[in-house]
Write a protein that binds this ligand. Structure first.
Ligand SMILES: [Mn+2]
Length: 272
């Protein structure tokens, strides 16, 4: 994305309608893939200190990385809960006591054949009052992670089978995660739509499977932030390489990119 542009300024001590972000892949080691988790923490701390709050907070999937290790095992380890709290305390600090918090399940959040969260992760989130689902919808919008545009039932099964075999192999040879990550990026590149035609095919399938109709569709998954007014689709991007998120206020959706707390750029604005 461009280096500069219009800056977005959060008004201090203000409650905004909603915050949307996705694809943090929290707990992922830098050795496996570089990420922007420190920047995300900076943004969340900045918003908290400024008194910015949200009536609704949507975590739009792939918040926790679960394919390259078991996040559940990490959670129950000594200091595991602390590590989870580091992220979720910061997110929860942006909610008001009556805010709605929604955790939408992404493909990397899950390694179950029915695409559910690991039970202890689910319990952890329920303790924090998260509504957990794979889709959130009203008469004007539908929010979901977006892997539904890539996987059907059979391809999801095969994929999870692959993930589980990978987990077995790592018991013998742990560095396989780094090897696999590189292999995955080089040969499959499933998280990326390279050509315009691929992008159209993906969003076409996703809009169909989400039963979008005339509503606004908000998703993540591809790691490519974007807004398309004619498709009525917004993608929140990621916290691996983009540092992007979406803020909703008075029926306007702002696509924002974090560089530093003084440099939060407005990349798009969509009105519904
Ligand atoms: Mn995903």
């Amino acid at each position: 994305m461009a280096k500069d542009g219009k800056l977005f300024k959060f008004k201090p001590d203000t409650v905004y309608d909603a915050l949307y972000f996705s694809d943090i892949h929290y707990l992922l080691r830098k050795k496996v893939r570089s990420h922007m988790h420190k920047d995300l923490f900076k943004l969340l701390d900045h918003l908290r200190r400024r008194g910015v709050r949200f009536r609704k907070i949507f975590l739009v999937g792939d918040i926790i990385e679960n394919w390259y290790f078991s996040s559940q095992r990490k959670l129950v380890r000594k200091f595991g809960r602390k590590r989870f709290n580091r992220l979720f305390d910061r997110i929860d600090a942006l909610a008001t006591p009556v805010s709605l918090k929604v955790y939408l399940i992404g493909n990397h959040d899950s390694f179950s054949y029915v695409a559910s969260l690991p039970p202890k992760i689910e319990q952890y989130l329920r303790e924090r009052d998260y509504v957990i689902d794979d889709k959130y919808e009203t008469d004007r919008l539908v929010v979901l992670h977006g892997h539904q545009g890539q996987y059907g039932k059979i391809s999801w099964f095969l994929n999870i089978l692959g993930v589980r075999i990978l987990h077995l192999i790592t018991h013998i040879y742990p560095p396989i995660f780094t090897v696999m990550e590189n292999f995955y990026r080089k040969h499959f590149n499933f998280d990326r739509n390279k050509t315009e035609a691929e992008v159209h095919e993906y969003y076409g399938l996703l809009r169909e499977r989400a039963n979008q109709a005339g509503r606004l569709l908000i998703c993540g998954h591809t790691h490519q932030a974007m807004a398309d007014a004619s498709l009525r689709v917004i993608n929140t991007g990621d916290w691996i390489e983009s540092g992007t998120f979406v803020v909703e206020n008075n029926d306007e959706f702002f696509g924002l990119e974090f560089k530093t707390k003084k440099k939060i750029y407005e990349r798009f604005k969509l009105r519904i």
